[in-house]
Design a protein around this ligand. Structure first.
Ligand code: NCD
Length: 414
């Protein structure tokens, strides 16, 4: 089967079988790299990277990957100032030009849904290198690769996602993939920094069990945990409470010493993320939040000997440098896996390699909602707010609820 010509904008654009095909090929790419083999699979092909936001790993690992495949690379870093975007050119027009030069495009942009809009206007594959606070699907591919390679499997593994789960795009793609691959997910996020509603809505489809906590520091400092459970955050319950039943009380309980050991005993992976300050209002907001989760030697001592500490990087204060020496610190190895994983992805999307799968389940393409003229996405960071030529489009979730085609935010209709 082939992945030739496909875009990768959301992790949900690929089925589990397709993701596994990328990871399997990444293993082959990895052994080719280890043997020092130069591949010429993509000779004569051109990769364009166009990044409107800073990047260290994503852009350079894509570029390294293409070089290792024998292809060539053109780079647009700081495209917000170096491209005609600075003169007011739209995303659609930029892509309509680049598709004439490139065989494949990797784009990063600060607006949610921007890379989906780019893909709509491109006849060559577009890969998202991250769109605003929405998703970062290729980071997820390498995160899954890391877990699979170092823990042997994803299914049944206990994975804790810690940090700014609201604004961090890496965890949005990752939590969906973990749910689909059957991992057991724990979320540890400061108050107001938990998973956004639209991600919870997507997760519902996978009937996944989420356990959520609000602080890691409480666990470490006192050997007990301030637990807010359940996080009654779904839109449905809020709507209900507005309907006169009052705001649901959050139960706060102090669990016994020993609970943390229990929690950590069950965690195969601790995945940390930084506070996404660039997506917060300026000022001190976030400082206290940042203090509430941090991994250091003390916490490491309480974790399993075979746990993996992961982080998409860059780190700020949530990951102490003293952790780096520990064999459980996987984050630099994780960043390294970005090259074979992105080699596999590029080679597959360019049709330079076919997957080894002879047939996989037919993909269901969801149909767009009809009669939505006048409905607009409520996400202030949605690309449809800025690029006004982009017609708002939605998927129907139920008769009262629509999901934005670009950024996945839900809109209630009456
Ligand atoms: C992430 C990103 O850009 O979302 N970085 C990356 O690609 N590895 C994470 C982050 O910036 O916090």
């Amino acid at each position: 089967m082939t992945l030739a010509g496909r875009h990768l904008i959301s992790i949900n654009d690929f089925s589990n079988e397709e993701i596994e095909a990328v990871l399997n090929l990444a293993d082959e790419m990895s052994s080719a790299i280890e043997k020092g083999k130069r591949l010429d699979l993509c000779q004569g092909k051109e990769l364009y990277t166009i990044f409107y936001e800073p990047s260290t790993r994503t852009r350079s690992s894509f570029e390294t990957a293409m070089h290792r495949l024998g292809g060539t690379v053109v780079t647009h870093a700081e495209a917000q100032v170096t491209s005609s975007a600075a003169k007011g050119e739209s995303i659609a027009d930029t892509i309509r030009v680049l598709e004439r030069y490139a065989d494949i495009i990797v784009m990063r942009h600060p607006l949610d849904g921007s890379t989906r809009l780019a893909a709509e206007h491109s006849s060559v594959p577009v890969i998202s290198g991250g769109d605003g606070a929405h998703e970062h699907p290729t980071q997820t591919l390498l995160d899954l690769y890391t877990i699979r390679k170092e823990k042997g499997a994803i299914r049944g593994k206990g994975v804790a996602l810690c940090g700014d789960l609201r604004h961090g795009r890496t965890v949005h793609s990752l939590v969906i993939a973990l749910a689909r691959f059957g991992a057991e997910i724990t979320c540890i996020a400061p108050p107001d920094f938990g998973l956004p509603d639209h991600i919870r809505d997507i997760l519902k489809a996978y009937r996944c069990k989420l356990t959520e906590y609000e602080s890691l520091e409480d666990i470490v400092a006192e050997g007990s945990l301030v637990l807010h459970q359940p996080r009654v955050e779904s839109r449905e319950s809020r709507v209900e409470s507005r309907g006169g039943r009052g705001t649901p009380e959050r139960s706060v309980s102090r669990l016994q010493t020993g609970f943390m050991s229990f929690l950590l005993e069950n965690l195969d992976v601790l995945y940390f993320t930084r506070l996404q300050r660039e997506r917060l209002p300026t000022g001190k907001i976030g400082d206290a939040a940042e203090e509430s989760y941090r991994i250091n030697r003390q916490l490491l001592e309480k974790s399993r000997d075979d746990a993996l500490i992961m982080h998409p990087l860059p780190r700020t204060n949530e990951l102490a440098y003293e952790v780096d020496q520990d064999k459980r610190a996987a984050y630099f190895r994780q960043a390294g896996y970005g090259v074979p994983v992105r080699m596999a992805l590029i080679a597959l999307l360019l049709g330079a390699v076919e997957t080894r799968v002879s047939e996989w389940p037919k993909r269901k393409t969801p149909k767009l909602a009809k009669d939505v003229s006048g409905v607009r996405c409520l996400n202030p960071r949605c690309v449809t707010q800025a690029e006004r030529y982009a017609t708002a489009k939605f998927y129907p979730v139920n008769p009262q609820l629509l999901r934005c085609y670009y950024c996945d935010w839900m809109v209630q209709v009456v």
